[in-house]
Design a protein around this ligand. Structure first.
Ligand SMILES: NC(=O)c1ccc[n+]([C@@H]2O[C@H](COP(=O)([O-])OP(=O)(O)OC[C@H]3O[C@@H](n4cnc5c(N)ncnc54)[C@H](OP(=O)(O)O)[C@@H]3O)[C@@H](O)[C@H]2O)c1
Length: 270
């Protein structure tokens, strides 16, 4: 382990949900760009393997933190590690999240509330933990992973879509609030992307969307788009032309029509 003096000299990026998918790719990009890493997820083994690869490729030091951010003590566990090592987090990537497809009244209530705890509560709490230090240093970047789901309500994935609407609204508001204080907040809004997301979201019902009628994104491309937007301090980024068209078109579409469209896409393909 590095000494505290060595660790303090580095620029740290914290990535939640770094054990797979978009978070894993964002961690690899941040390492390439010279950041030391704090990697957070429940599964530590894939993060240890990633940390080893990034150490060999770029000499990146990583702190691996196994934490369930959906649990009440999750954020405290992460922040304890950060504070004990006296790390200044320059980049926070709030990426950990999951979705669930199926009728609201049939999905397990516990899993629905877990979605709120992870996608909303942990994201807000981690942001609240790191922003005061960023403001004091007048330097910091927050990248919150929302979704194209943020642009309209989503029948048969109602709770998930609502959590992502929260992430987009919260991030855009903070982006404006922090203007001129050296800290930017960016919302990354991917469309359907090939990761482990679909397997978990389709545990109860597999939506048509997951068969790719609108195409599917690549986690590396999504992560690169997120990183570029973060560096430029953009408020929102929607990777992919079709997704950008959708994000532009949906707010102009009458509610009844957009509900029908998302209902069709989220309904079971069977
Ligand atoms: N894939 C898509 O189509 C898509 C589209 C739009 C937005 N997104 C968003 O992109 C983000 C990343 O998802 P992904 O597509 O990369 O999916 P993924 O491959 O399933 O990755 C999700 C990550 O979140 C972590 N995670 C899940 N539950 C957690 C918990 N309770 N505590 C801590 N970490 C937890 C997972 O790690 P562990 O399981 O090891 O904890 C994993 O590293 C999510 O916020 C998702 O909503 C995805």
């Amino acid at each position: 382990m590095e000494s505290i003096v060595q660790a303090q000299a580095r620029r740290y990026a914290m990535v939640t949900g770094a054990s797979s998918g978009i978070g894993r790719e964002l961690a690899a990009i941040l390492a390439r760009e010279g950041y030391a890493l704090v990697l957070v997820a429940r599964r530590t083994e894939p993060m240890r393997v990633l940390a080893e690869q990034l150490q060999q490729a770029h000499g990146t030091p990583s702190v691996v933190v196994g934490a369930d951010l959906g649990a009440p003590e999750g954020v405290a566990t992460v922040m304890r590690e950060v504070k004990e090592r006296q790390l200044d987090v320059e980049v926070l990537v709030n990426n950990a999240g999951f979705g669930l497809a199926g009728p609201f009244d049939e999905l397990p209530a516990g899993q629905q509330l877990e979605m709120l705890d992870l996608n909303i509560r942990a994201l807000t709490s981690l942001t609240r933990e790191v922003i005061p230090g960023m403001v004091a240093r007048r330097r910091g970047y927050v990248l919150n992973v929302a979704s194209t789901a943020a642009f309209q309500p989503g029948p048969f994935m109602s709770v998930y879509y609502a959590t992502k609407a929260y992430v987009l609204s919260f991030s855009a508001a903070l982006h404006e609030e922090l203007r001129g204080r050296g800290v930017t907040v960016t919302a990354l809004c991917p469309g359907y992307t090939e990761t482990e997301f679909a397997a978990r979201a389709a545990e109860h019902q597999r939506p048509r969307l997951f068969s790719g009628p609108l195409g599917s994104g690549d986690a590396r491309h999504v992560a690169e788009a997120g990183y570029r937007a973060l560096v430029r301090g953009k408020a929102v980024v929607v990777p992919g032309v079709i997704n950008r068209l959708g994000a532009w078109f949906m707010p102009l579409t009458p509610l009844a029509l957009k509900l029908r469209i998302t209902r069709y896409l989220n309904a079971s393909e069977r």
